[in-house]
Ligand binder design. Structure first.
Ligand SMILES: C[S@@+](CC[C@H](N)C(=O)[O-])C[C@H]1O[C@@H](n2cnc3c(N)ncnc32)[C@H](O)[C@@H]1O
Length: 332
């Protein structure tokens, strides 16, 4: 499917630029570089000698961003990594302290509509949902192996879907005779147990798909490890901007930023989360659930808590070489 443009429109871009306030020679860590939209606009304002460390769990998005940002030269470096591996990335890049950190959570439009990740209930794709190919368990594996109670709990926990028990029961009923291996099959069985939905309401499969995606990619666990790691590597005066797309994520971000502020290590630059205005909502409906929160770390970082137990995904280690950096040889 041709999605036009870069396949994804960066949300709340003006607010991100205004609140991160990029300056020449600074170091930006974009933890979710995606299609490179936010990074391109930020790096353009960091010239001369601005540096970017970009990471993404999805190697395809990472390669796209690398090609898009090529004109900025070797000061932009790209790493295939999950949030839990940030310490490894910064060590591999010998980067020093970070002046700006951006995390634009969730998935990009091309990941949903591009047909490669099995995230869309509007077409019939393999029920996969992994953003990072190193993850071994797909959504089809979860749907095939969890008990009815585990499925219901998972769907409710990650998406507050109030039909979770009915949906789990239907999954177990269907899989007794037919393996559930495609997004189309899952969307159809949800449609059978959900009340008819009207124009303007969200598709009844939306929440279950979101819950499975979050479970497959361990999104809340990864976000927790990112938030725990951040204070240790921010430069004095460094700014952190996080865009979340649902209440579970936003709650974690809000509580963590509040605790940094209560401890006096950071101050809030957004009293309330920044949300999209009417023009952006009209131009980019995906922005409707985006919430941006930004803090600025204190000028002196002596009292900053340093978490020495940052959770790491299996297979990563502290002394790992930079084999996950995307080099020019990876360009094809
Ligand atoms: C909303 S998109 C970012 C879009 C980007 N800001 C832009 O302007 O193009 C989110 C990106 O984060 C990546 N991602 C999600 N969870 C991640 C994680 N735990 N670690 C690293 N990247 C992750 C996704 O693969 C996706 O490319």
């Amino acid at each position: 499917m041709d999605l036009g443009g870069h396949g994804h429109e960066p949300v709340l871009l003006d607010a991100v630029l205004a609140l991160l306030a990029p300056q020449p020679q600074q170091l930006l860590l974009d933890c979710t570089v995606g299609r490179g939209g936010h990074a391109e606009a930020l790096v353009a304002q960091m010239q001369p000698q601005g540096r970017l460390i970009a990471m993404d769990a999805d190697p395809q998005n990472l390669a796209y961003a690398k090609a898009r940002l090529e004109r900025f030269g070797p000061d932009c470096r790209f790493f295939h990594a999950n949030f839990g591996e940030i310490a490894d990335v910064l060590a591999a890049a010998s980067a020093g302290k970070v002046d700006m950190l951006l995390a634009d959570l969730g998935v990009s439009t091309n990941q949903i509509l591009g047909g490669h990740h099995g995230l869309s209930f509007s077409s019939d794709e393999s029920l996969d949902m992994r953003l990072d190919p190193r993850i071994t368990r797909t959504a089809a594996d979860l749907v095939a192996s969890l008990s009815e109670k585990e499925l219901a709990d998972l769907i409710y926990h990650y998406s507050q879907e109030h039909l979770s028990r009915r949906i789990a029961r239907k999954i177990v009923e269907i899989r007794r005779t037919t393996p559930i291996t495609t997004t189309g099959q899952l969307a159809e069985l949800i449609r059978q147990v959900a009340p008819r939905h009207h124009a303007g309401q969200i598709n009844p499969a939306t929440r279950t798909f979101q819950a499975l995606r979050m479970a497959v990619n361990q999104e809340l666990e990864s976000l927790t490890s990112l938030l725990e790691a951040i204070p240790a590597f921010m430069a004095p005066g460094g700014r952190v901007a996080i865009i979340s797309f649902h209440s579970g994520e936003d709650r974690l971000v809000k509580q963590t930023m509040r605790s940094w502020c209560d401890q006096g290590v950071a101050q809030r630059l957004t009293k309330k989360p920044v949300v999209a205005g009417e023009a952006e909502l009209f131009a980019n409906p995906r922005s409707r659930s985006a919430k941006l929160r930004v803090v600025r770390f204190a000028d002196v970082n002596a009292s900053r808590p340093v978490d020495k137990n940052i959770p790491r995904p299996a297979g990563s280690s502290k002394n790992k070489s930079a084999s996950f950096e995307l080099s020019d040889a990876d360009d094809e």
